[in-house]
Design a protein around this ligand. Structure first.
Ligand SMILES: NC(=O)c1ccc[n+]([C@@H]2O[C@H](COP(=O)([O-])OP(=O)(O)OC[C@H]3O[C@@H](n4cnc5c(N)ncnc54)[C@H](O)[C@@H]3O)[C@@H](O)[C@H]2O)c1
Length: 404
């Protein structure tokens, strides 16, 4: 894909407000069904079209919607069902919950057919796909948001708030991870909660890098103002792959990244060994420290560490305004997962109010390209690999990350 043709930046893109957002949901597997359930309580939006290769999944989704008092959605199935859905004139947003390799082609087609796009993580699997998303978002001036729920984690939001108030001083280093023992799901049959046709094992058996970098990386990139004053510069990466470069599908990966302004990031991926769940969420600055996993901890210069339940008071004191508003609303509604609720609520709120979305297409590209670049490094003796500037020189135009 041509990376140098003239473009019109979509930094802080605003589009006409949408009073009531009509969503076409594609992919009704584990995450898609969970998404559908979340949207049953979401104000300002309705799922009006459903698409999956499996009619049985559509039937389950329709039944659930009816039980919730919603109208039956339009149905699309078959190999070209998703394209037919994108061609519809009656949708505002295509919401993609399919397997990793289908995300970019679907998103590109949807934008080219006038739709905004929300993509499950990661948005793309190669650098070329990342450029496709950027180029098409710029050409069509449609929103393309990667749905990274972990930046709405209450601890992450509070940490961001504390950083903005100077509690950590200049940041030096951050750590993030996706450590989640998925072996049971990984090995489960398709119809018993496993991934459709084992797509995840298949991908991981053929690729040596970090295929799932975004849960760990995203809160860090927001803290470090990536493409809003700083930029990811290069990475080095190691994987537990065979000496001949072939890849067991249960490999783990460690990647180190450096920003142009000299901050370092450690990112880890492991979904197939018996370890407690962790996204690390470690933040180091010259005046203070924060960590969510394995146990919440804060430490400030010259003071004793504050750990576990004793961190509650700090989290309350530095509660982010999004937690204080939409988070509280989610609590009132008794939703099972506050961070997912806040993500959905923010997306619809921004679309309804014609605001820039919390995450833009450059974020999606910067975060997703780590998959291919970490593989390149890991397979070649951990050589340094440059990270593209998807903003094409505009990474200092915005002064710091903030929610609109
Ligand atoms: N953000 C999170 O916390 C989170 C959690 C779980 C999964 N995910 C992401 O969600 C996505 C889906 O994961 P999953 O666990 O639901 O997988 P899954 O295998 O359970 O579901 C994928 C669904 O997509 C459908 N599908 C595939 N190709 C299609 C096509 N061409 N047209 C229509 N439907 C098609 C399949 O039939 C299946 O129902 C992945 O990107 C995953 O990384 C994110």
């Amino acid at each position: 894909m041509n990376q140098t043709k003239p473009h019109n930046t979509v930094l802080q893109l605003t589009c006409p407000s949408i009073a009531h957002v009509r969503i076409g949901l594609v992919g009704l597997g584990n995450r898609g069904m969970a998404t559908l359930k979340r949207y049953m309580v979401q104000q300002g939006a309705d799922i009006t079209a459903l698409c999956d290769l499996r009619q049985s999944n559509i039937d389950v989704a329709q039944e659930y919607m009816l039980q919730c008092g919603k109208q039956k959605a339009l149905e699309y199935t078959g190999d070209d069902g998703w394209q037919n859905m994108c061609n519809s004139m009656d949708l505002d947003l295509i919401y993609i919950c399919t397997d990793w390799l289908t995300h970019t082609p679907m998103a590109v087609y949807a934008m080219q057919h006038g739709k905004h796009v929300a993509l499950e993580v990661p948005a793309a699997m190669t650098v070329d796909e990342c450029w496709q998303l950027v180029n098409v978002a710029e050409e069509t001036r449609r929103h393309c948001i990667m749905l990274e729920n972990c930046c709405y984690d209450i601890f992450a939001l509070a940490t961001l708030n504390m950083e903005r108030q100077g509690l950590f001083g200049d940041l030096t280093h951050c750590e993030g991870a996706y450590i989640h023992d998925l072996r049971e799901r990984y090995n489960a049959a398709d119809n018993e909660g496993g991934y459709h046709k084992g797509w995840m094992q298949k991908y991981c058996g053929q690729h040596a890098g970090n295929p799932y970098p975004t849960h760990g990386l995203v809160p860090i990139c927001q803290l470090l103002n990536i493409h809003r004053g700083d930029r990811l510069n290069y990475l080095v990466s190691l994987s537990t792959i065979h000496e001949d470069g072939t890849t067991p599908n249960d490999h783990l990966n460690n990647t180190l990244l450096r920003t142009v302004k000299g901050k370092t990031i450690l990112l880890q991926y492991d979904v197939t060994t018996p370890r407690p769940y962790s996204r690390m969420q470690t933040v180091c600055g010259v005046k203070g420290f924060a960590q969510k996993y394995p146990r919440r901890c804060f430490m400030f210069d010259g003071e004793e560490p504050i750990k576990g339940d004793n961190t509650e008071e700090i989290l309350e004191r530095y509660k982010h305004r999004i937690t204080a508003t939409f988070g509280e609303e989610g609590l009132q509604l008794n939703v099972p997962n506050i961070m997912n609720y806040m993500m959905d609520r923010r997306l619809i709120y921004c679309l309804q109010n014609g605001l820039p979305l919390d995450m833009d297409v450059y974020d999606a590209a910067e975060w997703s390209c780590i998959t291919q670049l970490s593989e390149q490094s890991a397979k070649n003796g951990s050589v340094p690999v440059s990270i593209p500037d998807f903003t094409r020189g505009h990474w200092q135009d915005i002064d710091g990350f903030d929610f609109a």
